[in-house]
Write a protein that binds this ligand. Structure first.
Ligand SMILES: Nc1ncnc2c1ncn2[C@@H]1O[C@H](COP(=O)(O)OP(=O)(O)OP(=O)(O)O)[C@@H](O)[C@H]1O
Length: 714
């Protein structure tokens, strides 16, 4: 408890419900002992204060409650258990910056110092100022124990001799101490404000750069990554990196300076006591570090288990409709309960470990104080040390211990910060294979919309061994409707993705009006040439107006209304009280499937695309919605090159050309009537669909002709 007493004195902070003033009063009262010797004065004062502090200092809770910051620090904080858990206000930076760190698999990543310096450079002057202030605060902190010792010497002299005026003798020292406290407070305020300024600005810059880099990555990149993981890099990792950066500068500098300064003071005060400290402190900290690493491991397991439980809850709540539809509430409750139970066991084990650690560390630190007092007391008794110097020694040694404890915490924080930074910088340094912009734009007067796939082979980058398209050749004549049909998984959507240039073919090429797509500007291609309408339209959680305008940001209100009319959407939009200002909810949840689809059609039509891709655009709709949407699609298709991907063959009978895909190739092609006459796979698919058999089970019948000759006529 003496440890805490001196911390209260060093930092001048109030102990809950117990002011510094009353502590001092108790110390002085205790000092009026009959023998008047300074050493016994010290011991009595300490004993008295100790008993008061025991009664007033907050204690560790009987069962640990794992608040996010507690969980986070449980692993790393173990070198300063008593300080941080019982006197959290004494270490505001540490606790303010504590964040939840989600469990991450440990990929081998290297911290990108070049990128780090790029973000740091604009703030280098402010950082310099913060470092100067932090060093100043630390140096002031080194001075305080020495002055405190001198003050105690005056107190001891007065209680021994009862001569002179205590007030006049102590005035100058007290004033100096007050000034130092004030200066230290100001310096601390200054460097924390500056560090916060740098940290927040860097975090914003890093988030902007990372977000921008993520949005520019290839679609193949997103095939391989989880959205949650990417979002976590933007949020948690940047936060952790920022916290570590601020902590390392503030705490690290201060602690190093204090350790160095106080060690000099200590060796000047008493070399013998310093030797005792030099042996005992590292030994204790070594044991503590060993125990700490075990507990950190346990803490990590605890976090992973919490993440598993959260995953179960997230999945159940996110898919609540499916859970309800299958009456699976009890099963989900049971799964969550089981995960929670494991969490509890792990957390309790961790709690026991921490309790043991805290108990042992309290004993160790108290023994160190006792040892210092014992050896120091004997030196005082032998007239080799003054009582005031012993007091200074105790205060300074506590500063050293506290600083070394924060350094050991910081070490863990540095490791975490570096790996968080490495994760953030990893994606910033990635450059996509398909650029967003750059390349040739066909002048609109020459743009016809003729598409060809020439001997295209393709495997998805995340599944390189599996060829989805094999020597695929197809022509989409300008202004005509071509329908792609075939077995599920046959590669129809892949054809559309290649046309959008979400991927580049592994072999062969895709051309627009004779130009290889790789030579054309992708943003022009996607933004102005191709309109894409998928089975599950994704809307943004904003107004209908803004959702339609997403297709062409500079579109006027009139253009939006016109697109909505073409898409058969104007009527239902106008029936809403808020009209075009209606907010559609997250992903458009407040709209029906047919309404969402019509908004998606309006969004695609507003840019007046030359080529339209309809990927099973009506398959998720009921008969009535399908009729309205199909009407809109028929209108939208007129005069455009249209690629329709369809499962229901009845919807593509009117297409100028129907292409049947199988095994990643064009199996046969022609009009509905021509294909029926051939009696090949198309006929088989129609027969199966009439029987309502799934298309997936259809093995392709014998091929009737060379697929290369299956071309749609212009
Ligand atoms: N992003 C992807 N990464 C890896 N493989 C993929 C990816 N998308 C599709 N595939 C695979 O490519 C093959 C063709 O898929 P595609 O979606 O093009 O088929 P489809 O004919 O459109 O099927 P459906 O009619 O069921 O929509 C499938 O085997 C599928 O598993």
């Amino acid at each position: 408890m003496l440890v805490h007493l001196f911390r209260v004195r060093i930092l001048g902070g109030p102990v809950r419900g117990w002011s510094l003033h009353s502590l001092r009063f108790q110390a002085f009262s205790a000092a009026r002992s009959p023998n008047g010797r300074s050493s016994s004065f010290l011991l009595q004062a300490v004993a008295q204060l100790r008993s008061h502090l025991q009664a007033h200092l907050p204690r560790a809770p009987p069962t640990p409650r794992w608040s996010p910051s507690t969980r986070y620090w449980v692993g790393g904080i173990l070198m300063v258990p008593a300080v941080l858990r019982q006197c959290p206000h004494l270490c505001p930076v540490v606790l303010c910056e504590a964040e939840v760190s989600p469990p991450h698999p440990a990929p081998e990543l290297h911290f990108n110092w070049k990128l780090f310096l790029h973000f740091l450079c604009p703030h280098i002057l402010v950082l310099g100022a913060a470092i100067v202030l932090a060093l100043g605060a630390a140096l002031v902190n080194v001075q305080i124990p020495l002055l405190l010792g001198q003050l105690v010497e005056i107190v001891a002299k007065y209680t021994r001799d009862h001569m002179g005026s205590f007030m006049s003798e102590s005035r100058s020292l007290s004033t100096q101490l007050l000034i130092l406290y004030g200066v230290q407070g100001l310096l601390t305020f200054g460097y924390l404000v500056l560090l916060s300024h740098i940290g927040e600005r860097m975090a914003v810059d890093m988030r902007k750069a990372l977000f921008s880099s993520l949005l520019r990555q290839d679609i193949a990149f997103f095939d391989a990554k989880k959205t949650g993981q990417l979002v976590s890099r933007l949020t948690t990792d940047v936060q952790e990196f920022k916290s570590s950066f601020k902590l390392v500068i503030s705490q690290g500098l201060r602690s190093c300076t204090q350790v160095a300064g106080c060690l000099v003071s200590l060796s000047m005060l008493s070399p013998r006591l310093t030797l005792f400290l030099a042996i005992a402190t590292p030994a204790l900290m070594g044991v503590g570090t060993l125990m700490g690493s075990g507990l950190r491991k346990l803490s990590r397991q605890c976090q992973e288990q919490i993440a598993r439980a959260t995953g179960v809850a997230d999945e159940a709540l996110g898919n609540v409709r499916t859970v309800r539809a299958f009456s699976m509430e009890e099963r989900e409750e049971e799964r969550y309960r089981a995960e929670l139970e494991s969490c509890r066991c792990k957390a309790e084990e961790l709690g026991r470990g921490i309790a043991l650690f805290q108990g042992l560390s309290n004993i160790a630190f108290n023994c160190m104080v006792l040892g210092t007092l014992f050896i120091g007391g004997s030196l005082v008794a032998g007239q080799q040390l003054r009582g005031g110097d012993l007091m200074s020694f105790l205060v300074a040694s506590q500063t050293v211990q506290r600083s070394m404890a924060s350094l050991s915490v910081l070490f863990g924080q540095v490791v975490r910060g570096l790996s968080a930074g490495a994760r953030v910088f990893e994606y910033m340094a990635l450059s996509p294979c398909i650029p967003l912009k750059g390349g040739y734009c066909i002048p609109s007067k020459h743009l016809r919309g003729s598409i060809t796939f020439q001997n295209v082979s393709f495997s998805y980058p995340c599944r390189p061994g599996f060829e989805v398209l094999k020597d695929f050749t197809l022509t989409l004549p300008p202004g005509k409707i071509v329908a792609l049909v075939g077995q599920s998984g046959g590669g129809k959507t892949t054809v559309a993705s290649l046309l959008e240039r979400f991927y580049d073919p592994t072999a062969g090429k895709v051309t627009l009006d004779g130009h290889d797509l790789r030579t054309l500007d992708p943003s022009w291609l996607r933004g102005q040439v191709i309109g894409f309408i998928s089975q599950e339209p994704v809307l943004f959680g904003t107004t209908i107006m803004e959702n339609i305008r997403f297709g062409k940001l500079e579109a006027s209100d009139e253009e939006v209304y016109k697109a909505a009319q073409e898409a058969n959407a104007h009527e239902f939009i106008s029936s809403f009280p808020e009209g075009y200002s209606t907010v559609v909810g997250e992903r458009g949840t407040t709209l029906s499937g047919g309404q969402k689809q019509r908004l998606a059609i309006a969004r695609a039509l507003i840019k007046q695309p030359t080529v339209l891709i309809l990927d099973e655009a009506t398959s998720a709709l009921d008969a009535e919605s399908e009729r309205v949407v199909q009407e809109a699609l028929d209108r939208a298709s007129a005069g455009r090159t249209v690629l329709v991907i369809a499962h229901r063959l009845s919807t593509v009978r009117a297409a100028h050309c129907i292409v049947v895909m199988a095994n990643g190739q064009v199996w046969e092609a022609g009009t509905h009537e021509e294909l029926l006459k051939k009696g090949g796979l198309y006929t088989e698919l129609i027969r199966r669909q009439a029987l309502d058999a799934p298309l997936t089970s259809a093995p392709p019948p014998e091929k009737l002709e060379d697929p290369r000759s299956c071309q749609c006529r212009a």
